[in-house]
Design a protein around this ligand. Structure first.
Ligand code: 5AD
Ligand code: SF4
Ligand code: FES
Length: 356
């Protein structure tokens, strides 16, 4: 049987070399359709929506690639009030999004922990457990993770960014620690979250071996959800300021992002995989392409339009002028056009997690 056929039949049974072979499969379309077939068989021809609220762009960290890093003085900083976050969550719930993602820059400290706890309790009081609440708020002490879990969060996203500690060290200042981040993923598991992580594809210095190891990392950490996207240089960052960015490179990063989705689906089978918005920054049909390469989750932005321009991690972020209603209609059309059905009013839990 061919490698694609074997990967589709038996989950989690490929060698490192075989993962590399998938990632460099000569016929990309063939790779994507094999992964899409696995997605349809395991999950169905359905897509889950998560309403995304980017509630603040103040960040204590200084990742060399990110547009809202602390050291970028050009960013106008904002932080939404608790009332406003809760209101947007309620709107997303009533609009039929089965779940929500609350994301912001990384802030530690007691005041922030209490603020988030209050927001989560209020959302939970209104929406209950039928509404999936995901948070993506960076590295925190385990007791903070536990407190937020008890306040109503079900899932947590924390990208490892790369599974290669040496590459991680080149992309971050010395006080950012790969090991601490990995340990956070384990703490999240202990606290009872559905745990999601992911990486960027196309980072400077990243090899195909690194990408294959990233997929092995998803397996060894037993992750429930994967969010990956192409790396896109941002001009106001140390990594992006002199980076070449040609149409050929855009195309290459887009394809790498799609190949990572496909190879991850072919290897892991039953996890939730998001078609990252960064794909759409590189191609107007990037997210549809992500779905057709094996992803099953899309995160429409429901953040109030006036904040969107200030939350730019990378160049070319889409939907800056649209509002939640426009994005909803737009995505609904795009998804029906590829023959997929949206799971309205469903949490869309990771199958891998449900089997646990
Ligand atoms: N290009 C693509 N993705 C980026 N992120 C941050 N900066 C960039 C960039 N320049 C991603 C990181 C982070 C997530 C919130 O956004 O993976 O975890
Ligand atoms: Fe902050 Fe996350 Fe950007 Fe790093 S990637 S600077 S932690 S928002
Ligand atoms: Fe925002 Fe298409 S998803 S306008």
């Amino acid at each position: 049987m061919s490698l694609l056929g074997r990967a589709a039949v038996a989950p989690r049974a490929l060698s490192h070399r075989e993962l590399v072979e998938l990632l460099t499969w000569p016929d990309a379309e063939e790779l994507f359709s094999a992964a899409y077939a696995v997605k349809c068989r395991e999950i169905g021809r359905v897509v889950s929506f998560r309403g995304l609220v980017e509630f603040g762009n103040v960040c204590e960290k200084n990742c060399y690639y990110c547009g809202i890093r602390k050291g970028n003085g050009k960013v106008h900083r904002y932080r939404m009030e608790a009332d406003e976050i809760v209101r947007e969550a309620e709107l997303a719930f009533k609009a039929g999004y089965g779940s929500l993602v609350l994301q912001s820059g990384e802030l530690t400290g007691e005041a922030n922990a209490v603020f988030v706890e209050d927001v989560l309790r209020r959302i939970h009081a209104f929406c209950g457990d039928e509404f999936g609440v995901t948070i993506s708020l960076g590295e925190q002490p385990e007791e903070t993770y536990r407190c937020w879990r008890e306040a109503g969060a079900h899932r947590y996203l924390l990208r490892i960014e790369t599974s290669n500690p040496a590459l991680y060290a080149k992309l971050h200042p010395a006080d950012h620690s790969w090991e601490r981040r990995r340990d956070c993923l384990r703490a999240l598991r202990r606290c009872g979250y559905q745990v999601g992580s992911g990486v960027m594809a196309g980072l400077p210095g990243q090899t195909t071996d690194d990408l294959a190891s990233d997929i092995e990392f998803f397996e060894s950490e037993d992750l429930d959800m994967i969010g990956m996207g192409p790396y896109i240089p941002h001009a106001d960052t140390p990594l992006g300021k002199d980076a070449p960015w040609t149409p050929e490179l855009r195309k290459k990063h887009l394809e790498l992002g799609l190949r990572m989705i496909a190879a991850t689906r072919l290897y892991l089978h039953d996890v939730n995989i998001a078609a990252a918005t960064a794909l759409q920054a590189l191609d107007p049909e990037g997210r549809e392409k992500g779905l057709l390469a094996g992803a099953n989750v899309v995160m429409p932005n429901v953040t109030e339009t006036r904040y969107r321009a200030d939350y730019q991690l990378y160049a070319g972020k889409p939907c800056l002028d649209e509002n939640a209603t426009l994005c909803r209609g737009c995505l609904e059309r795009r998804i029906s056009a590829i023959g997929e059905t949206i799971l309205w009013n469903k949490r869309g839990d990771s199958l891998h997690w449900a089997k646990r």
